[in-house]
Design a protein around this ligand. Structure first.
Ligand SMILES: [Fe+2]
Ligand SMILES: [Fe+2]
Length: 266
C-alpha cells in the first residue's frame, strides 16, 4: 500500500479506474484534473480529511488495489492536524475569495452574453471588448497576479497543486486570446466557444481555490506570513483601488443590462 501512496494519482486512476470513482465520492476531483501528478499521500493531506474519513477512504482504495486481501493501512504524515470542515479564511485570503465573487458574477453572465452575441452589432462587439478588458485587468492582472506574485510565493513552486493552478490561469489566458482572434474574424461560434471555455475553466478553478487550495494554504502559513501577505495585498489594492471600483461597476452594469444577478454572490 505504501508504494501506491507514492504513485502519481493519474497513473493510479488509469490502472484502477475505481480509485477515481472513490475519490470522486469524497469530492476529490482528480479524474478531470489536467495535471494529475499529485501523489495519493499528498491528496489526503491537501483535502483536509479527518482521520476517520482518511481511514475509510484508504480502506476503500485498498480494497480496489488488493481485492480480497487484508492489507494494513498506512498512516499518512500530516504537516498539521486536520482542521474543522467549516472553512474560515485568513483576512488576506478572504480578500481573494471576495474577488472571486466579482469574477463569478461576470462568469455567470457569460452564457447570456454568448447567446445574444451578434458579430455585426457594434454594441455587442463593444461588450465583448469590455468583458475582455475586465478579464485581463481585474481577473488576471489584479487577482491572478496577487496569487502568482504574492500568495503562491510562500510555497514550493514545484508543488503539483500549484502547477495545476498555473495551468488553469494559462488556459484562461489562452481562451481570452482565441476569443479576441474570433472577434476580429467576426466568428460567432468561435466567440461563443471561447467564452464558454473560459467560463468552464474559471468556474472549476475558483471552486478548487475556495474549497481546497486556499484552506490548505491558510493551514500552512504562519501568523507572521499572513500579516506580511496582508500588507502586500493592501499595497496592491491601494494601487488598483480606482480600477477595482470601475470593474465592479462594469459587472453591476451588465447585470442590469441582462436583468439578472448571480445567485452565489450576494
Ligand atoms: Fe487562481
Ligand atoms: Fe483565484
Amino acid at each position: 500500500m505504501e508504494q501506491f501512496l507514492r504513485t502519481p494519482i493519474k497513473e493510479l486512476i488509469e490502472r484502477f479506474p475505481d480509485v477515481g470513482r472513490i475519490l470522486d465520492a469524497y469530492g476529490i476531483g482528480c479524474v478531470p484534473c489536467s495535471v494529475g501528478t499529485c501523489l495519493l499521500a499528498d491528496i489526503v493531506e491537501i483535502h483536509n480529511l479527518s482521520e476517520e474519513e482518511e481511514r475509510k477512504l484508504l480502506g476503500r482504495i485498498a480494497a480496489v488495489l488488493f481485492p480480497g486481501q487484508d492489507v494494513p493501512l498506512p498512516v499518512t504524515k500530516r504537516s498539521r492536524p486536520a482542521g474543522p470542515r467549516k472553512i474560515s479564511y485568513s483576512p488576506p485570503v478572504k480578500r481573494l475569495v471576495e474577488e472571486h465573487k466579482v469574477i463569478m458574477r461576470f462568469v455567470a453572465l457569460i452564457p447570456l452574453i454568448a447567446r445574444a452575441f451578434d458579430p455585426d452589432s457594434e454594441e455587442h462587439r463593444r461588450l465583448i471588448i469590455e468583458g475582455v478588458d475586465f478579464i485581463r485587468s481585474y481577473a488576471d492582472r489584479f487577482h491572478h497576479a496577487k496569487e502568482e506574485d504574492i500568495l503562491f510565493g510562500y510555497f514550493d513552486p514545484n508543488l503539483d497543486i500549484l502547477k495545476v493552478m498555473h495551468e488553469d490561469h494559462r488556459k484562461g489566458r489562452e481562451h481570452v486570446k482565441s476569443l479576441v482572434d474570433a472577434m476580429d474574424r467576426r466568428d460567432r461560434e468561435g466567440v461563443a466557444a471561447n467564452l464558454s471555455g473560459y467560463a468552464a475553466v474559471l468556474t472549476e478553478h475558483i471552486k478548487k481555490e475556495d474549497e481546497i487550495l486556499y484552506p490548505w494554504m491558510d493551514r500552512n502559513l504562519s501568523t507572521r506570513q499572513v500579516g506580511e501577505m496582508f500588507a502586500k495585498f493592501q499595497e496592491v489594492d491601494r494601487k488598483f483601488e480606482e480600477a477595482s471600483r470601475k470593474y465592479e461597476e462594469f459587472v453591476d452594469d451588465i447585470e442590469s443590462k441582462f436583468n439578472t444577478v448571480a445567485e452565489v454572490t450576494r
